[in-house]
Design a protein around this ligand. Sequence first.
Ligand SMILES: Cc1cc2nc3c(=O)[nH]c(=O)nc-3n(C[C@H](O)[C@H](O)[C@H](O)COP(=O)(O)O)c2cc1C
Length: 378
Amino acid sequence: MAVLFSPFSLRDVTFKNRIAVSPMSQYRAVDGHANDWHRVHLGRFALGGAGLVYAEATGVEAAGRRTHGDLGLWTDAQIEGLRPIADFINREGSVPGIQLGHAGRKASERRPWHGETPVDDEDVAERGEAPWQAIAPSPLPYAEGWPEPVEVSEDDIARVIDAFGVAAKRAKEAGFKIIEIYAAHGFLVHQFLSPISNKRSDKWGGSAENRRRFALEVAKSVRANWPEAYPLAFRLSATDWLDGGIDVEETIETARALKAEGVDMIDCSTGGIGGKQRPHRMKIEQGFQVPFAAEIREKADIATMAVGFLWDAKHCEELLVAENADMIALAREILDDPNWPLHAAQELSADEGHAMWPVESGWWLMKRERLLSKLGIR
Ligand SMILES: Cc1cc2nc3c(=O)[nH]c(=O)nc-3n(C[C@H](O)[C@H](O)[C@H](O)COP(=O)(O)O)c2cc1C
């Protein structure tokens, strides 16, 4: 049996295989509420055989959304739109997960196809979407041309930490079984972790220990509001790819500290902190972030998820066999083919007779295959 299709458990939750759908913002929510778009978008991945389906970056407070179209869990009313999604994914044999985040200084941004630049009066005129004030550990804009965020006060910090916990409770109410905290790609938790964006001289900045305090407090707040039986993951940027930024050694220490707070898995991405420096040229190739998942897994002794430029089933199988990671996550490849897990199972000879498919399609496909083979067509 291929490792890719072997079950994997964290706490009391078992994934039927090692394939996760990476969180993917859809920018289709209205006031943070999920709708039919999210239901169909996420539901098709459950039908496609993924073991874990993550809902996109979901704001723990309204000001923590990246765009006007982001999902949110800052009010109880937002639970209702998410519940049928989690229920459907669960019923179809996959594990429903949700990514909780706060955009910090990356808030009030235009959707990718509107430019990924700050929202301004033009958006008010075109779509009735007004800009809002972003917050950050330090008053440093995300990039040139971006507005200055407001430096967070002790009260802001306490409020946002609490908001993560309350959102976790709502995620449980909605039926999700794993939470991933978005602590990568220049979102607020990453802004605290990275010395590029965190210039504070109080207990929340300076040393690595101080910079990771916010992440650990978020983990504590979520753990206090999330069932013991359910796993908690963090998505980290293992490196900032910048001089003076986070490197993998520091991330290994962060992973160790998170594990001590009840975090079960690290989803290993990289980059995204922004700022004035240009990132070092990273060689982008198939699985270029896998070495980070391998090193963090080995040195921090914690489960890892590999992500980024993965598409080939045999390659994914090999990286799992080599114990570089415990799970793999796909974003663009599974957008291209939501049935990727089912096709990968055929490629790896892990699914005889389309048995892994939902019977409503698998039965027909199995019959067709037999007929085609009998007729010698293929
Ligand atoms: C449409 C789209 C939306 C994304 N939204 C998120 C998100 O909400 N949270 C996140 O952590 N990463 C997000 N990402 C990044 C992916 O989760 C993933 O890490 C990245 O695309 C690399 O994986 P890939 O090469 O399989 O696409 C998004 C990517 C895409 C393509």
